[in-house]
Design a protein around this ligand. Structure first.
Ligand code: NAD
Length: 336
């Protein structure tokens, strides 16, 4: 049995990853999550009774609890995803993000620095899951971020992730803890808590409420379907590329207004209302220091792992919207 610890496994990406990991009956997964408001633990209902799955409610900012769990479980592999992940909330409550994302990561690294168990495991690895937002913002004409770009984070969220990436780097260099960091672009797909753009827009359509768009909607993001992200993480975890960082992305840049228009068009088709949902679009004051464009160069992961997203954006978006409409009760409940 391969013992795998996933932190943040009740979140949008972590839960998708756990379901994929459990498809292999030789994996045993321990999920550690603080069950914050944005967690989506219902997404794991189908695997709750699996014998090779266990869950512990732990906040990783509590060193004693995370340390004793790591040392008693003695994982062969750790996927570290637990983090506060919403830029807007990091602007309204920065301290909380700094504590959770920096101190939380530090606690895991400190626990491993002192622990002996992993030193006898030849393939032990910590996969530190991070974001492309650490690189800052691009103009329309600038080249996509590659792994050698300087970190220039602009929000408390991205700076907390950049800090935790740098601390992870130093624990790899100094204490030889086998770590690989991944910096992924915006994810979308089923089970995303409705504080992020795509579920927010669908929810607004379902409630026939204004669809808020920051500024003039020209901000650009690079989108990746969540299952493609999880597949990439599993591929990377099976490698011996410790000490490396990898960008992961979908290679599809879309502006916010384009996405919102596309969602409205699909909603008009599958869940028609009296008027087109486009009538609900409403431009609101821009986010403070709103990054204009994210775009990641994925040549490294393509070359070393033969990574290619399975979902193109149109297919992934249509599948996602259909899922939310089918699960509208869940989505509407999450909004309460
Ligand atoms: P999410 O907000 O959906 O889930 C995060 C999970 O972590 C939640 O279940 C929450 O309860 C848990 N958590 C938060 N703080 C914790 C703490 N202190 N202790 C224990 N558990 C805690 O986030 P997500 O979108 O699934 O993102 C997962 C990771 O991937 C994050 O590290 C994020 O920075 C990174 N990431 C996300 C995206 C994206 O587009 N969503 C893109 C790139 C990278």
């Amino acid at each position: 049995m391969k013992k795998i610890l996933v932190t943040g496994g009740c979140g949008f990406i972590g839960s998708c990853l756990i379901k994929k990991l459990l498809k292999n009956k030789f994996n045993f997964v321990l999920n550690i999550d603080a069950l914050k408001k944005q967690s989506v633990k219902e997404s794991l209902n189908e695997i709750q009774s699996f014998k090779n799955y266990n869950f512990k409610k732990i906040d990783i900012t509590n060193f004693n609890r995370i340390n004793s769990s790591i040392n008693s479980f003695k994982p062969d592999l750790i996927f570290h995803l637990a983090a506060e992940s919403h830029v807007d909330r990091s602007i309204s409550s920065p301290t909380h993000f700094i504590k959770s994302n920096i101190n939380g990561t530090l606690n895991i690294l400190e626990s491993l620095r002192v622990a002996k168990f992993w030193r006898n495991k030849k393939k032990f690895k910590l996969i530190n899951i991070s974001t492309d937002e650490v690189y800052g913002s691009l103009s329309k004409s600038e080249k996509s971020f590659n792994e050698n770009n300087q970190f220039k984070p602009n929000s408390p969220y991205s700076s907390s992730k950049a800090s935790s990436d740098l601390i992870a780097r130093s624990y790899n260099k100094t204490f030889k803890i086998p770590i690989i960091t991944t910096n992924c672009s915006n994810n979308y797909g089923p089970w995303q808590y409705p504080e992020k753009l795509i579920p927010v827009v669908i929810l607004s359509c379902l409630k026939n409420k204004n669809i808020p768009i920051y500024g003039n909607g020209s901000n650009i993001r690079d989108w990746l379907y969540v299952e493609d992200h999880a597949d990439a993480l599993i591929k990377i975890s099976n490698s011996n590329k410790v000490g490396n960082t990898y960008n992961i992305g979908g290679g599809k840049e879309v502006s916010n207004i384009e996405i919102v228009n596309k969602i409205c068009e699909i909603m008009d088709h599958i869940y028609p209302a009296k008027k087109s949902y486009k009538n609900l679009i409403s431009f609101v004051d821009d986010r403070l220091s709103h990054d204009f464009r994210y775009s990641v160069n994925i040549n490294k992961i393509k070359k070393e792992f033969d990574f290619k997203p399975k979902y193109n954006f149109n297919r992934g978006l249509s599948k996602t919207i259909n899922w939310y409409v089918k699960n509208s009760k869940w989505l509407l409940n999450k909004d309460k």
